[in-house]
Design a binder for this molecule. Structure first.
Ligand code: MEV
Length: 318
């Protein structure tokens, strides 16, 4: 039997890194999806293939390596006796858009369908299982990426596992751009560096974390009211906080300053930082100018992001 599933990428609007220590974060599913087609067999091996990677896990192989093997591991953990897994994705990897989380959610969703899970139970188990995939990739993820991949929409997420799915953010009259610096990044390393600074400079860092908590609260209000100027200003403040915890980097700073100089409402790093992408909020009529300016300043790609209401979607049997 075969099943297919897809899940969206995400963009963290507010609260990355702070979320690891229990501060709420706001993340939005975006209109780029990853897909998995899983076919069960009884051969005891789990083969993964996409246009960019291949991997296999057989029998009782120990814990997988990050990459294709991690997806194979999810099919095994779901309870399949063997499987061929075909992956495809429109989410650029390494851009901070949660491509591994979306792929993990899709593989988990299709595999769980094949072992008989349905509905809400399938979604909740897929979230837990996809989190195991993320642990292979990133060490100790907060879970915000996989939660958005499974639920879609706008999610307010707080550890341990408290989350709310909010109405889609109101961005009428504005455009949310993602500009990829092209600088490779490691989420695991960025998270470790932030936690080390938190330990080293505890009293001052704690006040930064407190500010981040208030910021997310204000941002939720601004996003649900559609107050674009406030969202932009809060993004600028968020960038200041991300800089204080040590995850800003020169190529991101250059893009952020250029966007602001060209009239953007606000700009910040999104995701782990020390590489990856920045997001920019800009009024619709300024968007083409800002897009061109970001490319001229060295962005390797600029995408217009729109909210994606659909989270994990499973189709089967195929
Ligand atoms: C990475 O997309 C977001 C971080 O907050 C890490 C996490 O939440 O697991 C940096």
């Amino acid at each position: 039997m075969k099943a297919g599933a897809s899940a969206p990428g995400k963009v963290i609007l507010f609260g990355e890194h702070f979320v690891v220590k229990g501060i709420p974060a706001l993340a939005m599913a975006v209109n780029l999806r990853a897909e998995a087609l899983v076919e069960e067999d009884q051969k005891g091996c789990y083969r993964v293939e996409s246009s960019v990677e291949k991997g296999e896990l057989c029998g009782d192989d120990p814990r997988p390596e990050p990459g294709a093997q991690a997806y194979a591991y999810l099919a095994r953990r779901a309870g399949l006796k063997g499987a061929s897994i075909a992956l495809s994705s429109r989410i650029p990897p390494g851009a901070g858009l949660g491509s591994s989380a979306a792929t993990s959610a899709a593989v988990a969703g299709a595999s769980l369908f094949l072992v008989g899970r349905r509905g809400r139970e399938l979604k909740e188990e897929a979230r837990q299982l996809a989190m195991e995939g993320e642990r292979v990739f990133h060490g100790k993820p907060s879970g915000v990426d996989v939660t958005v991949a499974v639920e879609g929409g706008l999610v307010a997420y707080r550890l341990p596992t408290d989350y709310r799915v909010l109405p889609p953010p109101r961005l009428e009259g504005g455009v949310l751009l993602l500009a990829d610096t092209g600088v490779p990044r490691s989420t695991r390393e960025a998270v470790m560096r932030v936690l080390e600074r938190l330990e080293r400079r505890k009293p001052v860092m704690e006040t930064v974390y407190e500010a981040a908590s208030v910021l997310t609260r204000e941002a939720e209000k601004a996003l649900t009211e559609g107050d674009l100027a406030a969202v932009g200003e809060l993004m600028d403040i968020a960038q200041g906080l991300l800089s204080s915890i040590g995850v800003s980097f020169p190529q991101a700073e250059a893009l952020i300053h250029e966007a602001r100089r060209r009239g953007a409402l606000g700009a910040k790093i999104t995701g782990a930082g020390l590489g990856g992408s920045v997001i920019v909020l800009v009024e619709e009529d300024r968007a083409p100018v800002v897009e061109q300016a970001l490319l001229a300043k060295g962005a390797v790609r600029v995408l217009r992001l729109s909210p994606e209401p659909r989270g994990l979607v499973v189709e089967g049997p195929l």
